[in-house]
Design a protein around this ligand. Structure first.
Ligand code: NDP
Length: 315
């Protein structure tokens, strides 16, 4: 019997190849190093591990059974109306929580303990005092209490923060005082000292944090977006930060990536920008290989996939 072939389409495939070789030694791995390789190989592929696959080509993938995405967000894939019925899609949710909750906390503490200010004084050899806040008793709002959001909630709660947030279908979450539906997002914003955005980018969340929503945040609030740039109106956010209608923002994701050099966000002293790195950690590829290995087994037994994505819902 021929070995099962896994096609990999990723801009940095080496770590995935190494992890898959370890976890699935009986599989044959084929790297598509360009979009041309992808297009050429698509009609033959049964299993694909992808990050940002080219759009509009799926009708040619007539043998495709499993599309395993290497990240948690599937907005790089969906909507994909040309995917043939029966193709199963899974994502990598569930592996990012520990790392991203530390990252969110690092950003929150950077503001609360004024790290950029101390650094600025240090560079000028200035011995200057400022007051600092404490997180205990402050309200942490989490938009999207999913796999990552729940970890952020746990970490915030451990530091004595009051945690509230949203889910598409609200369910009780340990340590979270109230879990509200999407239509109560503005209520969460109004009550929050810190807001962490961990929503998927879908038709429902695109542009959700527009100028009106951002205006619901108290002036002293800090917005941390680790999800997707398309959820926040960047021009409105830049305006609010410039005019100090908002204390600060930590942004890991942007409408256009890399963030264009002319973006006004670069120059804002009250913004901390990082280049879409909050989700990456050592061992990432091992985590994805584990999910893919489990999903290959489930494909054979007909069980639901781990992290099965619902294309209609968009995540
Ligand atoms: P999950 O699917 O586990 O969680 C998503 C959460 O968002 C769920 O609780 C879901 O609600 C909720 N949600 C969906 N739509 C809405 C809505 N309209 N209003 C309110 N809540 C909503 O995903 P993860 O936690 O793993 O990841 C979240 C996102 O973070 C990813 O989609 C991705 O875009 C981003 N990400 C960014 C990374 C980076 O490097 N910066 C790395 C990893 C992820 P419900 O529980 O009801 O389904």
């Amino acid at each position: 019997m021929n070995a099962l072939r896994i096609h990999i389409h990723h801009e940095s495939p080496d770590a995935f190849v190494a992890s898959l070789e370890k976890r699935l030694p009986d599989c044959e791995l084929v790297c598509w190093r360009s979009d041309e390789d992808f297009l050429r190989g698509l009609p033959e592929a049964e299993v694909i591990l992808a990050h940002r696959p080219p759009r509009g080509q799926w009708a040619r993938a007539s043998r495709l059974r499993l599309l395993q995405m290497s990240g948690a967000g599937v907005d790089t894939l969906l909507p994909a109306p040309d995917l043939l019925p029966g193709v199963r899609i899974a994502n990598a949710r569930g592996i990012h929580g520990a790392h991203m909750s530390e990252f969110a906390l690092a950003m929150i503490l950077a503001f609360e303990k004024r790290l950029p200010t101390w650094r600025e004084h240090q560079q000028k050899r200035e011995w200057v005092y400022h007051g600092m806040g404490t997180l205990a008793g402050k309200t942490l709002g989490i938009l999207g209490l999913g796999a990552i959001g729940r970890e952020v909630a746990r970490v915030g709660g451990a530091l004595g923060m009051r945690v509230i947030g949203t889910q598409r279908t609200p369910k009780p979450v340990d340590g979270v005082e109230s879990v509200l539906p999407p239509e109560r997002t503005a209520d969460v914003l109004r009550q929050s000292d810190f807001v962490v955005v961990l929503l998927p980018l879908t038709a429902e969340t695109r542009g959700l944090l527009n100028a009106d929503m951002l205006a619901c945040l108290p002036r002293h609030a800090v917005l941390v977006n680790l999800a997707r740039g398309g959820i926040v109106d960047e021009a409105a956010l830049a305006g609010a930060l410039r005019e100090r209608r908002l204390r600060g923002a930590a942004l890991d994701v942007f409408e256009r990536e890399p963030l264009p050099a002319e973006s006004p966000l670069w120059d804002l002293p009250n913004a901390i920008l990082t280049p879409h790195v909050s989700g990456w950690f050592p061992g990432y590829a091992d985590g994805v290989a584990e999910i893919l290995g489990e999903n290959l087994a489930r494909l054979e037994t007909g069980e639901p996939l781990r992290n099965e994505v619902d294309p209609a819902r968009g995540y």
